[in-house]
Write a protein that binds this ligand. Structure first.
Ligand SMILES: [Ca+2]
Ligand SMILES: [Ca+2]
Ligand SMILES: [Ca+2]
Ligand SMILES: [Ca+2]
Length: 607
């Protein structure tokens, strides 16, 4: 009746054809394709034939591991190692969990975590309707609880052996709400509730009054709201609401490594794919998701006190990876008077969103919008990766760099500020970079959309702003040399994002926040609050194996050549603007990409 989807329901599937099936004539319906196939085959088949078969790397099972390893991949464990006081203590996470079963449209209250499990028994986990109500246990919620606040020094799994389990923020307080009761009490009736972060791993195709109500909560209280983007299944599946909502942080999932060894699939991750992680743009042409993270985790079982199972590559489980890691950032910000503006009820959600996005790691093939640069000023994010993958230590560094207001700024930082709605009004942040060679500047501007504070929480268009973000290369001695290095100005997004190489001839840059267009009711709504985050650094994706590991098995070998060849003969379109295999990023997968791949094969593979 409500059509709400828990984001872990699609079976995994990969459409890997083999070159040999293609060569036998299967799938070849066009003479043009056959002709092209022959040309390419003549060029590469001898080389393929000479390659050794792909290797399966034997790996001994480790005796003792820290799980879930996805949190290691996202850098969360590294951050906690660097800053051992970061445990989530003092931070409240509202986990809004959907009942697993419905009868005649009514939820049956099986939304609960299995608190009898060793992993969850010690956690500060509360059911808002009181333990007296006999609620059923949900696998989905139990898994999310483990990733958020789990803690078990004696974990064991038959394929892994012993491990120590720790969720992202084991000492955070987790308040678990049944979805429809939360919506009724805290959105519709607007009853207050305590939370720093809200996370929800469910969604619907179209926005609804309650998804707008959640956006309103984010705007009104600075509440940091995360939601899973959805699990793709075909490239036209949209990002679901509330993840697609403008004020919500929509989370996509990166795929596990392809391997027969469970430890490998839990430790190593690749890229997001549209078959697993719903891609943008939204129906109204906004960029989503905002960020991606690994989701495949070892998680406590719903029906045992000690057992663990594998969650799978679902956005449902990437979402608590990001939400739990954010609890560490919130703990830090709340404990340091210099950082409290990052968690202010006024715009704190924008600051944390800007920090997470600006510090995210760009993965190979990251690009704005469609292939090619024509849309790069208007399409602000990658339609699959968003701003990139969660990088917990980088997010912490971005936060710790501190708030800095317009004027001279350091190499990294953020601001939480307001700008008056007047034509020509600018906020200028000036940064000097001693060694601009081979450096990129990344900057992210975030602000909230506005909604009525009562049902049905209609959008208030005349209150919304269209901001723009510019980066100028500035010569302090010869102003006529100044030029606009890059800008981001989407008409519909409430995010602007720049990730551009600096000019080696210029050491001074100005990051400018201004209005693209001042419209709406500027008397009633005279200013807009915004968050800005910026940093400089080298291009970290250049040597990433994922440019060439097209079959996602952790090695570059003949199987990747075959995978590239398959993409060429299938004339696989860069659907939605994302196409692993288009190594030179020119919008098509062809022999030029194959040549680059061949050049990156390990030497012993091309002898
Ligand atoms: Ca583009
Ligand atoms: Ca804009
Ligand atoms: Ca490979
Ligand atoms: Ca290409």
């Amino acid at each position: 009746m409500y059509g709400i989807i828990n984001l872990c329901l699609k079976p995994l599937s990969r459409t890997e054809g083999s070159i040999f099936r293609l060569l036998s004539g299967h799938n070849l319906s066009s003479h043009r394709v056959i002709g092209y196939l022959n040309i390419v085959a003549a060029a590469v088949l001898p080389a393929i034939a000479a390659l050794p078969a792909g290797r399966v790397q034997a790996q001994e099972y480790a005796e003792s591991l820290l799980q879930p390893a996805a949190l290691d991949y996202a850098g969360t464990f590294s951050l906690r190692h660097i800053e051992p006081t970061l445990t989530g203590e003092g931070v409240t996470i509202a986990a809004v969990c959907r009942s697993a079963t419905y009868v005649a449209g009514w939820p049956q209250d099986d939304y609960r975590l299995n608190v009898e499990h060793n992993c969850l028994g010690e956690g500060d986990i509360n059911f808002t309707d009181g333990l007296a109500v006999a609620g059923g246990i949900s696998f989905h919620s139990t898994a999310i609880g483990g990733i958020l606040v789990g803690n078990d020094p004696d974990g064991w799994h038959p394929e892994i052996g012993n491990f120590y389990y720790e969720g992202a923020a084991p000492q955070a307080k987790a308040d678990v709400y049944e979805f429809w009761r939360f919506v009724g009490s805290h959105i519709l009736e607007a009853k207050p509730f305590e939370a720093d972060i809200l996370t929800m791993s469910a969604g619907v195709v179209f926005e609804d009054w309650w998804t707008r109500g959640l956006e309103h909560l984010a705007e009104k209280n600075g509440l940091i709201v995360f939601a899973g983007a959805g699990n793709g299944s075909n490239v036209s599946d949209p990002v679901l609401y509330p993840a697609a909502g403008a004020n919500v942080i929509g989370v996509g999932v990166v795929a596990s490594l392809q391997s027969d060894l469970l430890v490998d699939t839990l430790e190593r991750f690749t890229l997001p794919s549209a078959e697993q992680s719903s891609a943008g743009p939204t129906a109204d042409q906004r960029c989503k998701p905002d960020i991606v993270a690994p989701g495949n985790c070892l998680v406590p079982s719903a029906d045992s006190t000690t057992g663990y199972e594998v969650s799978g590559d679902w956005t449902s489980f990437a979402t608590p990876v990001v939400a739990g890691t954010t609890a560490l950032l919130v703990q830090k910000a709340e404990s340091d008077p210099l950082l409290t503006a990052a968690v202010s009820p006024q715009g704190g959600n924008c600051v944390i969103k800007a920090i997470l996005m600006n510090s995210a790691a760009k993965l190979p093939y990251w690009h704005k919008g469609k292939p090619g640069k024509d849309d790069d000023h208007e399409a602000v994010l990658d339609y699959l990766q968003g701003a990139g993958m969660l990088d917990a230590p980088a997010a912490y560094d971005q936060l710790a760099a501190g708030r800095q207001e317009p004027g001279n700024i350091r190499l990294a930082g953020w601001d939480n500020n307001t700008i008056d709605k007047e034509p020509g009004r600018e906020h200028v942040y000036v940064v000097d970079i001693a060694s601009p060679q081979d450096q990129l500047l990344t900057a992210t501007l975030v602000w909230n959309r506005h909604f009525a504070d009562e049902y049905p929480f209609d959008a208030i268009a005349e209150a919304d702003s269209d901001l723009t973000l510019e980066v100028w290369a500035v010569d302090p001695d010869e102003a006529q040399k100044d030029y606009l290095l890059d800008y981001s100005d989407s008409a519909g997004d409430n995010v602007e994002h720049i990730h551009c190489p600096l000019d080696a001839q210029f050491y001074r840059y100005e990051i400018v926040v201004t209005f693209s267009d001042v419209s709406g009711d500027t008397v009633k709504y005279p200013s807009e609050r915004y968050a800005l985050a910026w940093r400089t650094g080298p291009d970290e994706t250049a040597e990433d194996i994922l440019w060439y590991d097209l079959d996602l098995d952790g090695d570059i070998d003949r199987d990747d050549v075959i995978a590239c060849f398959n993409k060429i003969v299938q004339s696989e379109p860069p659907a939605g603007g994302h196409a692993p295999g288009d190594i030179n990023m020119d919008g098509k997968i062809d022999i030029d990409d194959l040549k680059i791949l061949m050049a990156h094969l390990p030497q012993q593979d091309i002898r």
